[in-house]
Design a protein around this ligand. Sequence first.
Ligand SMILES: [Zn+2]
Length: 91
Amino acid sequence: MTAERGPVIKLTDAFTDGTTIFVNVRSDKYKRAMKGDAIALAGVIAHEAWHVTHGFAEAPAYLEQLRVLRVLGATKSDIRAVERAAAQSRR
Ligand SMILES: [Zn+2]
């Protein structure tokens, strides 16, 4: 029997329509927050909040996310993941 594999879908952690921030309650960051570690989710919300206030440019939204992660003492792994996402968004 061959295992069937569907497309790999990367669910976003959160997004905004420009007014409201929607958080994906199935995301790992949300699940971590529910267990008491809300730093990564706070970074995501800071990113989306930047979009709500300033518009849809990605580079400054990622800078805000990284700023919040560093202020809150995020792990190097979480910071690196956001730095990678920021680099991807510039391509
Ligand atoms: Zn963004």
